[in-house]
Design a protein around this ligand. Structure first.
Ligand SMILES: [Zn+2]
Length: 154
């Protein structure tokens, strides 16, 4: 495989890298790897340029395809960074609303507790008519002031 072919292959794999870069959470890492790739390509171009100057009649134009690959990669890096920046700004714009949407709505004030209904006054035992004598335990009829059995005060 020729050197230029290798470069072309790298460039096409970079094309798919940028597709991934624009869609996913590894965007910064992708841009970083593209920058690294660019550095490697620039170094390779430098080597190629040096090889040209070793020759009697250097032809720098031969290296233009390599330079174009690098320019293309630079453009992709810029586009990827723009996309990341746009997403960052969109996220920042959406950020203030997000916590509000997630926060629980304030609880409505609790209704005042109604006052407890007063307990009905307890009917006197005598009125019920079923009192028992505290002394002998005999039943004292309603209205009676004294126990019919032992005569104790009811
Ligand atoms: Zn009694």
């Amino acid at each position: 495989m020729g050197f230029i072919d290798k470069l072309k292959e790298q460039a096409s794999s970079l094309g798919s890298q940028i597709d991934q870069a624009l869609d996913g959470t590894k965007q910064k890492g992708q841009v970083g790897s593209m920058r690294k790739q660019r550095g490697e390509m620039v170094a390779q171009l430098g080597e190629s340029l040096l090889e040209q100057f070793r020759q009697q009649q250097p032809d720098v134009e031969q290296l233009r395809p390599q330079a174009d690959q690098i320019f293309n990669l630079e453009w992709q890096i810029i586009e990827a960074e723009k996309a990341i920046e746009a997403q960052k700004q969109a996220a920042a714009a959406a950020a203030p609303a997000a916590p509000q949407a997630q926060a629980a709505p304030p609880a409505p004030p609790a209704p005042p507790t109604p006052p407890a209904a007063p307990a009905p006054p307890q009917a006197p035992v005598e009125a019920a008519g079923a009192a028992t004598c505290a002394s002998c335990g005999a039943e004292i009829p309603a209205g009676s002031a004294f126990c019919p059995d032992c005569g104790a005060k009811a």
